[in-house]
Design a binder for this molecule. Structure first.
Ligand code: AKB
Length: 313
């Protein structure tokens, strides 16, 4: 039986992915972990406090629970990373190397590690960004994700570690808040709409970014992890696309349901980060290799979030 350790389980992606993994493989197959012990209350499965820089503790948990797979989600994102660049590098890189080393030493079956569109930069082709292209990330988060992709491919090619990865666009969800990303505005805007507040957007009205609704991200992750190893031709990280929109476009989508909703724009340092990222993603390799196909368009996502998100007014 597979036993899955999830790091950073209390985060935006971890909260929903851990729940989905427990639904699919059974609660007893999942060990959620996070540095924040308060995250424990979100899960029915076993929970362990884990600082991902502590390789000995991670090794002990793998032994204690007879872990066979690790979903290593803990990371510092793009905007937060710029406030503490060297610590962000240490956390994002050393934790990944801890996981890859333990996978090699303990012969783990599979590793999942998220990369991001932050690996791209100003000289990358912005429209329909291809799988293989110029990559010149400008944030420490993006640099750490690009380096991490190279390490994943290295551990696969040299040591045979079955590591799989997706370059997520901005993830939009309503169950758990994102923390410290450049794409977070696309989550916060729904909270303002439901509270009846004017939304103050930190990006310019016409800033296109690739985005994805969380149910599609969960599906992509599980589909990739369940695909036969021989169909995985990319061992760095797969481009996955779904939506591409600007703040003005998501605002107009929300206005279809809340006609009085108002938006104001005051771009900050995150505008420069967003401007360096692609507008849209060519994910044909993922579609070809393991049949990736997103389900939600912008209005379907908006409807679902507005129907399910509960805000305190
Ligand atoms: C961020 O904005 O930093 C993340 C990402 C695109 O990886 N959401």
């Amino acid at each position: 039986m597979e036993k899955i350790l999830v790091t950073g389980a209390g985060g935006q992606l971890g909260t929903e992915l851990t729940e989905a993994l427990a639904g699919r493989y059974g609660t007893s197959a999942i060990i959620a972990s996070d540095i924040n012990e308060k995250a424990a209350s979100r899960f029915d499965c076993t929970f362990e406090v884990l600082n991902v820089l502590d390789k000995d503790k991670m090794a002990a948990l793998i032994d204690k629970h007879e872990v066979t797979q690790v979903y290593h989600l803990a990371a510092i994102l793009s905007a937060a990373g710029e406030k503490n660049p060297l610590f962000t590098w240490d956390l994002n890189m050393k934790s990944l190397l801890n996981v890859l080393e333990l996978a090699r030493e303990k012969n783990l079956n599979k590793i999942y590690w998220p990369s991001s569109i932050a690996v791209f930069g100003p000289h990358t082709r912005a429209v329909d960004t291809p799988q293989y292209c110029v990559m010149d990330p400008t944030t420490v988060y993006g640099i750490s994700k690009l380096a991490g992709e190279r390490w994943c491919e290295y551990y696969n090619k040299i040591y045979g570690v079955d590591v799989r990865s997706l370059r997520y666009p901005g993830l939009i969800s309503y169950k758990a808040a994102p923390g410290g990303g450049t794409t977070d505005y696309a989550v916060e805007i729904y909270h303002s709409a439901l509270k009846g507040e004017t939304f103050n957007c930190f990006l310019k009205a016409d800033t296109h970014l690739p985005m994805m609704y969380m149910p599609d991200a969960i599906k992509a992750t599980i589909d990739l992890m369940e695909a036969p190893a021989e169909s995985i031709s990319v061992r760095s990280s797969y481009n996955v696309g779904a939506l591409s929109f600007t703040p003005e476009e998501i605002y107009n989508s929300i206005k279809k349901f809340h006609p009085d909703f108002k938006i104001a724009y005051s771009p900050d340092f995150r505008q420069n980060i967003a401007a360096s990222w692609p507008d849209s993603i060519d994910d044909s390799v993922a579609r070809e290799d393991w049949n990736w196909k997103p389900e939600f368009d912008l209005d379907a996502m908006t409807k679902d979030i507005l129907e399910n998100l509960v805000v305190e007014k």
